[in-house]
Write a protein of this length. Structure first.
Length: 407
């Protein structure tokens, strides 16, 4: 797609200015707590929307248990006019029939990565959220620590099995209390790798298939073995860091698999760390990474749904470039991405490249149950309290019992 194509939406701006004068006076936007930079960027986006439409926006920040708070408001039919919606939570609200369809308000849908739109689509084929930004995972390498150990980034293998073997070779060359690689146990970090092994973790009927196959079992076993052998580490449990970013930024790990959300913190709090990013390692011969997509959705019980629709439409079109530029998030429109030359940023190039083949963190209404049981049992395997195969068998059985009860 030519970069200029997306700017056709800019021609709509004049119409927005005139039409906005007749719109409702205000809307309420519900969002979760965000870093200061994103919060300020949203404030500026709101101000631009108000100038363009005449619609005032009241921003409501829900600082804790965002989705629980929203579910209670949906139950009471007292909702905001527009909400932030994570791709993993979209299936539940769509199935509950509490959101308005928005496909009629999305210009140039071909400008988006198809899987981003599918994440907000219902079984009826309608679109119930307009994607506004996304993040993907990439492999981060501390180049100074690599060099001191006698390696270059080019020495790091491009496949998962090779990467695990490299981590084992790297560890003895590192200073005390420095780990070859840090990792997280959550399914949100591993879904794309596991499904690269050829078996969906959530079946078409909603059942969980957490035991996987030989490929996925070997993939997970490598983490169990690596932690036991002392070259793979949990940033919190093993290194005492508050987050992967803190562990990597403090020079406690050479490699980490993280999202582009860490870049702002790395530059602000750990400016002395020299690092490069690479695409995630291939699994089973396949390119893979995770994508975490955020959209704007419009509850059907809002006071001003028409205004909510206009805000969602604005942020997924005219307002996207300014929002992405200031917030540091990645734009879901490929034309905006190209116009902002995001891929020219060496640190973001791997994240951008992954979007084309990324697995979106969304697998229907069963995903939260499956993810919770997976994390609990994978941790048990990592801690050595039970064999991996047994842990996954227990996770699958428990998840499917709970999924069945919820039907």
């Amino acid at each position: 797609m030519k970069p200029a194509r997306g700017f056709a939406i800019a021609l709509l701006l004049a119409a927005w200015v005139g039409a906005g004068r007749a719109a409702a006076e205000s809307i309420t936007l519900a969002v979760w707590a965000s870093p200061p930079g994103e919060s300020l960027a949203l404030d500026h986006g709101i101000q631009a929307f108000t100038r363009a439409t005449g619609i005032e926006v009241k921003k409501e920040v829900i600082t804790d248990q965002y989705m629980d708070v929203l579910r209670s408001r949906f139950a009471a039919r007292k909702t905001p006019d527009v909400i932030y919606l994570d791709s993993s939570e979209a299936p539940f609200l769509i199935k509950s029939e509490v959101l308005l369809p928005l496909d009629a308000y999305l210009s140039h849908p071909e400008d988006f990565y198809p899987q981003f739109l599918r994440a907000f689509s219902g079984e009826d084929g309608r679109l119930y959220g307009l994607p506004k930004d996304y993040s993907t995972l990439a492999l981060y390498l501390n180049t100074d620590l690599l060099a001191k150990a006698g390696f270059k980034p080019a020495d790091v293998p491009l496949d998962q099995a090779g990467l695990m073997a490299f981590a084992a070779r790297l560890q003895p060359r590192l200073p005390p209390h420095v780990g070859a690689m840090i990792f997280e146990k959550d399914l949100a970090r591993h879904l794309s790798s596991l499904e690269a092994c050829g078996q969906p973790l959530i079946a078409a009927n909603g059942g969980a298939h957490l035991q996987g196959n030989g490929c996925s079992l070997a993939y997970l076993q490598a983490f169990v073995d690596g932690r036991r052998a002392g070259y793979l580490f949990s940033p919190k449990a093993d290194l005492g860091a508050d987050s992967p970013t803190a562990a990597f930024g403090a020079g406690k790990a050479v490699m980490m698999m993280e999202g582009n959300w860490v870049l702002g913190n790395l530059h602000k709090d750990y400016a002395d760390i020299a690092f490069v990013t690479r695409e995630m390692p291939r699994v089973n011969g396949r390119a893979q990474t995770m994508a975490f997509v955020v959209g704007d959705a419009v509850p059907k019980y809002g006071r001003n749904t028409a205004g909510g629709i206009r805000f969602a439409q604005y942020m997924s079109s005219i307002g996207m470039a300014a929002w992405s530029r200031e917030s540091g998030t990645l734009p879901t429109r490929r034309s905006v991405q190209a116009a902002l030359r995001v891929a020219a940023n060496a640190e973001l190039a791997a994240h951008i490249a992954g979007a084309a083949y990324a697995t979106v963190w969304s697998r229907g209404t069963s995903l939260p149950v499956a993810a919770s049981n997976f994390s609990n049992q994978f941790l048990a395997a990592l801690n050595g309290s039970k064999p991996l195969a047994q842990a996954l068998q227990k996770a699958e059985a428990a998840a499917n019992r709970e999924i069945e009860r919820q039907r």
